[in-house]
Design a protein around this ligand. Structure first.
Ligand code: 5RP
Length: 221
């Protein structure tokens, strides 16, 4: 079993009958969704809320009952991957271009679990490019603003070199900052920019991190 599968399986154990469960996106979350799908076939009674079209297709294929985020009162538990997690549990997400829906689902969840392999655990955030989702109109102006700040922006591209369009119809600008010393002030600034829909800084938003490493699974709370 690879590390992503290991943590995905472990996280699925936190899901109990009657829960509304936020289902994250990415190659690690994939295994968690598969494990929950198997348990649903064995009788587990839950409702899933997906965070991307990809996860929705997977969950539908597995027969997991689904509702949209707007059809539920509250989400009991969300399980998702992450791209980087600092020592103080702050995170970067959005490597899979799903961080807007992921953040909406996380913000409406009573508990959030991240599942990662130990390569994602870092001292300081920033080596992973920080995704910023922007509306297409005026996005070149935002790009210039980021360039002037020295953040080395790059539009996320598809394999055919088109600008990637997210599930919500926006572009992603990745910021190559290398080190983010003050994630909270950066988040406040990004939040203040007109045309920025959401950034990939997930601050003070996780309760439990399940980390897979060569010695197995570690649970950080
Ligand atoms: C998608 C995400 C993913 O959770 C994150 O990119 C981790 O993905 P993976 O498990 O494939 O490394 O934020 O937007």
């Amino acid at each position: 079993m690879n590390l992503k599968e290991l943590v995905g399986e472990k996280a699925a154990e936190y899901v109990k009958d009657g829960m509304v469960v936020g289902l994250g996106t990415g190659s690690t979350a994939y295994y968690m969704v598969e494990a929950i799908g198997r348990r649903v076939k064995e009788g587990l009674d839950i409702v899933g809320v997906t965070t991307s079209n990809r996860t929705k297709e997977q969950a539908e294929g597995l027969g997991i009952p689904l509702k949209s985020v707007d059809e539920v009162d509250r989400i009991d538990l969300t399980i998702d991957g992450a791209d980087e997690i600092s020592k103080d549990f702050q995170g970067i997400k959005g490597g899979g271009a799903a961080h807007l829906f992921e953040k909406i689902v996380a913000d409406n969840s009573d508990k959030v679990i991240w599942i990662v392999d130990d390569s994602k655990m870092v001292e300081t955030l920033g080596a992973f490019p920080l995704p910023v989702e922007v509306i297409p109109y005026g996005s070149q102006q935002l790009f210039r603003t980021f360039e002037q700040k020295g953040y080395k922006p790059a539009f996320r591209k598809t394999e055919s070199n088109e600008k990637l369009v997210t599930d919500a119809g926006h572009y992603i600008i990745d910021l190559h900052m290398e080190v983010i010393e003050e994630p909270h002030s950066l988040a406040t600034w990004l939040d203040s920019l007109t045309g920025v829909v959401e950034h990939g800084l997930f601050l003070d938003s996780v309760n439990t991190v399940i980390v897979g490493g060569e010695n197995g699974v570690e649970i950080l709370e």
